[in-house]
Design a protein around this ligand. Sequence first.
Ligand SMILES: [Fe+2]
Length: 463
Amino acid sequence: MDAGRDALTFEGASQPLRRGGGYRRAGKGDMAATYPIAVPDGALADAALADAALADAFRAARNLTVALAAPLSEADATVQSMDDASPAKWHLAHVTWFFETFVLRDHVAGHRPYDPRFAYLFNSYYEAEGARHARSRRGMLTRPSLAEILAWRAHVDAAIVAAIPGLPAGVRDLVTLGIHHEQQHQELLLTDILHMLAQNPLDPPLWPAHRPRPASAPGPIGWIEGRRGIVEIGRDAGDFAFDCEGPRHATLLHPHAIADRPITNAEYCAFIADGGYARPDHWLSDGWAWVQANRIEAPLYWQRDADGGWTSFDLDGRHPVHPAAPVTHISYYEADAFARWAGARLPTEAEWEAAAEGTDPDAGNLLEQAGPIRPQAAIRSSARHQLFGDVWEWTGSAYLPYPGFRPAEGAVGEYNGKFMSGQFVLRGGSCATPRGHVRASYRNFFYPHQRWQFTGVRLAKDL
Ligand SMILES: [Fe+2]
């Protein structure tokens, strides 16, 4: 996916995607290991219908990206608010470069690059694709214009749709990979836009104000006893998954329980009110140093209002913090400190996955269309709430290779394996994760101080 933070891994379009053949991909949107490839649900024996389904999934993903960015001005789409974030215009271009490079350039006879100079600007981190523009300077790209990028998108879209009927299976898999990559960038696009808009003291909204779902406090946490003993997690070949989700393997779960819902804003406010950010005994050493160095005293985007309450900045503007909604935009350090304060701990990723197995990901509050999004208060309709959607949940597990993990040979092997250092796994997707994209085995990962994604916390405890 993107350079630097190419951590999210998304699949799925407006249509569900399912297993298919195999392709080679990399982590966050770049190509890496050999993968089973998902093909649009309903991929039929009839090749023409399969072509139509793939083209529909492609169009849906491409159109949603443009719709998400539609409210942006040229300036909005150009600036870069921090090194971790990319300008919206860069996201729009980079995902287009992906299709043009790995499908059209490599597999469609007679294709000529729309503009050969774009490869330097919009390659993320493919060493095999040569030199590229520095990630920290993407915000300096006032040219090409947003209109030129959109024109390039339309050109590539037409070329891909025209090419699909003649593509061999392996290249069709690359189109599907590109769809997943596009969706991966849709979440980053939104979180990067949110961070960019949050730099403006006027709190400009991306979309008109959205009324949150009315909800009362969800009541005390319920504890669900987890599976124990030797449990298998991870994905085998056969279903679409990113390489880091496999191989499926046995792991040992000790007696434990996992909370039946994420921590709410009201509960997090209690942590703050109890001096949570002022007492080093709650914090990991690195976390305490981070709190002090950055003067952290609340989740990202929170501000005190005139009455001493808290407001948060969302994609639809600044609003009072909703007490019943899951807390979000917290770092691993904050999630861990909250858990310690609460007398609990973070779940391991194996505990989380074992709890989520059999739960329908699409039942969650996920991204479906352009428009206001935010974590919503739980609706008590099942024993396990919000495992999918709303907020990514920090686990206490370092992002490391599973037993038997092998990155692909060559440059495409850069995608996931090379990022397995110093990051922690998050599970479950968020309100900005495209519907159809996340699953129980899905491993997102971020550095422990990062919190501009929709990141939250669910507790676990030993029994
Ligand atoms: Fe990417």
